[in-house]
Structures are given as structure tokens and as C-alpha cells.
Design a protein around this ligand. Structure first.
Ligand code: MG
Length: 170
């Protein structure tokens, strides 16, 4: 019998444009700013990338597969719900997040003062200790991205329970 697989890695990427008059949500934290991110949901670019990394690690599709933008049920939805769903999907298959590393690229606001709240929020959503979560921030350095926020991330999953039996409904 083959050894039980112990780790999987998933990658996530997302971008959203800024627009005036919307709250800015990043990593499940509301950040005071005159502009927020457009989107069918709350536009939380970091949590969308995080959900995609969890789905990607187990080849479960992507956030659009699970939460189609055509579905009015998700209009204005807190993106934390997407990550909670992705976490449930991996947990029921016997996996947990081992660590998570993200880079957010935006011109403003500067995220330095929010680094710890962002990390704590993402760690709570991923059900992992805060020292297993890294949220890095970069500016576009002169590139014409002042109206964009971009997030890249990777999530390493580790096996915590035996896989469900073949053919089991999960
Ligand atoms: Mg998105």
C-alpha cells in the first residue's frame, strides 16, 4: 500500500479595483480608507486568494466554482464565508492548514499598522496559529496600479486524519 500522502500545496491569486464609497476589507479586517474594493462580494482580495489556495491544494476548483458571481446569494457577502467554506471542504477530507504566506500589492493605504490584525484575522479563519501566517505588503513602485489591489498566496496543507474511504460521500 502506498504511503499516505502527508502534504499538499495550493496557490491563490486575485485582483480587485478600488472604487470610492465602498468599505475596504482585507483579510477579514475593515481598514479605514476613502476607497474600497469593487466586487460582487465585499471585494476582499486577500481572502479570495486564500480560498483559492485552499481549493487549489486539493484540486477542488476555485472560488468561482463554489460561489458563482451570477448567484445573487453572494452579493455583498463577507468573504470570510468563502474561506470558512473552503476550510470545511479541506477539513472534511482530513486536511488542515500548516502555514500560509501571502503578499498584498497596493499603493495605499500602507498596511504596516494593520499587519498584526490582518495576520490574526487570517489565522483565525484558517484555524492555524498566528505564527504560521505571514501577510507581506508591497507597493507597486511606480507601476500604474494605484487603482488596483492584488494578492498572491500559498497555503501548505498537512494531513490530520485518514482520508475518507473511496466512494464515500463527502
Ligand atoms: Mg475576487
Amino acid at each position: 500500500m502506498a504511503a499516505m500522502e502527508s502534504h499538499r500545496v495550493g496557490f491563490g491569486w486575485d485582483s480587485h479595483a478600488f472604487a470610492p464609497g465602498r468599505p475596504l476589507w482585507l483579510g477579514g479586517v475593515q481598514i479605514p480608507h476613502p476607497r474600497g474594493l469593487m466586487g460582487h462580494s465585499d471585494g476582499d482580495v486577500l481572502l479570495h486568494a486564500a480560498a483559492d489556495a485552499l481549493f487549489g491544494a486539493l484540486a477542488l476548483g476555485d472560488i468561482g466554482t463554489h460561489f458563482p458571481p451570477s448567484d445573487e446569494a453572494w452579493r455583498g457577502s463577507p468573504s470570510a464565508r468563502f474561506v470558512e467554506h473552503a476550510l470545511r471542504e479541506i477539513t472534511r477530507r482530513g486536511w488542515a492548514v500548516a502555514n500560509f504566506d501571502a503578499t498584498v500589492i497596493l499603493e495605499s493605504p500602507r498596511l504596516g499598522p494593520y499587519r498584526d490584525p490582518l495576520r490574526d484575522s487570517v489565522a483565525m479563519l484558517l484555524n492555524v496559529a498566528a505564527d504560521r501566517v505571514s501577510i507581506k505588503a508591497k507597493t507597486p513602485e511606480g507601476l500604474p496600479w494605484a487603482d488596483l489591489a492584488i494578492a498572491h498566496c500559498v497555503a501548505l496543507l498537512e494531513r490530520r486524519a485518514a482520508p475518507p474511504p473511496a466512494g464515500a460521500r463527502i
